[in-house]
Each structure stands twice: as structure tokens, then as C-alpha cells.
Design a protein around this ligand. Sequence first.
Ligand code: ZN
Length: 300
Amino acid sequence: MADPGDNFVQRQDTAVYETTEPVLYAVQDGIASVTMNRPAFNNAQNSQMTYALDAAFRRAVDDDAVKVIVLRGAGKHFSAGHDIGTPGRDINKPFERQALWWDHTNKPGGEQYFVREQEVYLGMCRRWHDLPKPTIAMVQGACIAGGLMLAWVCDLIVASDDAYFQDPVVRMGIPGVEYFAHAHELNPRIAKEFLFLGERMPAERAYQMGMVNRVVPRADLEASTYEWAARIAQQPRMGLALTKTVINRVEELQGLRTTMDVAFGYHHFAHTHSQLLGAGTLGGQDAKSMVAENKRDHER
Ligand code: ZN
């Protein structure tokens, strides 16, 4: 069952963090490496990680020596998605916010989730998508739901041949993750298949659909990603920033921003509907049940 505390005004934050470094940051030869660092939880994203990612991206933007940013995940998987069940799940904890929405933690009903997700999911992802330096997602293993959001906000995606992409949240009664780029990253019919079935899309098919730039053997993933990063790092900073800005504006003209605003409303109707039915915000699902059903689907 979902956490009963999800239903109304928040109780105390009870998160217990397993690390003080949920994101690692390093710079070499003009390339910033931003590494999600919760491998024990397949890089599940809690707010601690989200705000650390934001700080790392800001650091990379502020450093004139950085030309390009690689986003990666420590361990076997890129990211299993948003944290819906580790001891470090911290949805009740206030952080220093980056947008001008008010604090969500003491708000009743649907307001709490709506405000939180405006900030930590939709707001952050839009902010990162628009950061003025090129970003490359280096994806291995699982890239699920909230993980998909992080890969999608990057300008380029290099995946290993064992990577897969999946948004299974329709099972929670929710029409896809908060940063709804599905029908822009994939053509609408494939996006429907991807969401209706909630199955894993292998890297190779994602490549065929144009969602991924390159697929390489797992052993070559790092070298291939950094080879591209090194080449991009040779380009002039403003040329890269202007090019990225123009293409991002094209995506907006194609309706990306409006699609997301519409989807976000439906997404929150779904969270609130589920609460009204007494099933918590996630349609009665939690991390354990999602993993179990995922496993069952893939053994069929
Ligand atoms: Zn949500």
C-alpha cells in the first residue's frame, strides 16, 4: 500500500540518507561529469539528489572552463526513477527552492503534490533542459520514469546496448511522468505503445526512433561518450549556447511546453483522484509492487 501519510497535510520528515554525496562532480579537459551517486538504490532520485543535481549544473554553468556536461549514473543503472520507497525518500523535507512556488510541505490535499512537483520535477527539468551548455546523458542499464526525464532533458543521449527506457507509471493510473516529452521524443503512435504497455524499450529501438543518438557496447560507453564530449568541447561557448537555444525554441514551437502543461494538469488530477479513492497518491502502488509487476511482465 502507498504511504498513508501521503494523503493529507504532512507529518514530520523521516528520511534517513545513506550518503551526504548523492551527486558527484568533477571537471577535466572542459568536460564536467555530473554523476548520480545512489548506486545502492539504482540512483533513485530523492529531493536531496535533485537539489544536488541542480547545484552541480549551476557549478558547471558558472565555470568558464566547462564547455560540455556529461550526466551519468554510478553503478549498474542510469536511474530507476523517482524515489518512491528508499529510506532516503524525503518528500516532506523543505529545501531551498529554485522557483517561486511556496513551500509544499505543510499544504493540504492536492496542493501539496502539485506545488512540490512544479518545483522538483517539472520546474527543475525545464531549467536543466535550458541550461546554456550542451549536456550528454550517458545511459546504461535501467532508465525508468524519472530516469527518463533526466535523459530527455539532455541534448544528446549515448546509450549502451544493455540500456532500456521505460515509463510504467500508467499502472499507477497516471498518464506518464511529470516532464511529459513522450510524444515529442517518440512519434505519437509509438508513444502510446510505450505508455499503454509500459514495457522496456531497448536502446536499439530507441535509437531507431531517434530518441537516442548512439548505441555502443557497454564496455565502450564511457569512451564513446567522452569522445563526443571532447569534440564538442572544442567548439566556441557562445556558438554552442546559441545553437542549443534555437533548437530548444523550435521544440517549444512544436508544442513541447504546452504539451507538458496540459499533461501536468492531468497528471495531478490522477494523483488527487487516487487520494480521493483512498489509495495514496500512486494508485495503491509502491516501489516494491512496481518492481514485482515489472518482473512479472518481463517473465511472460
Ligand atoms: Zn507526480
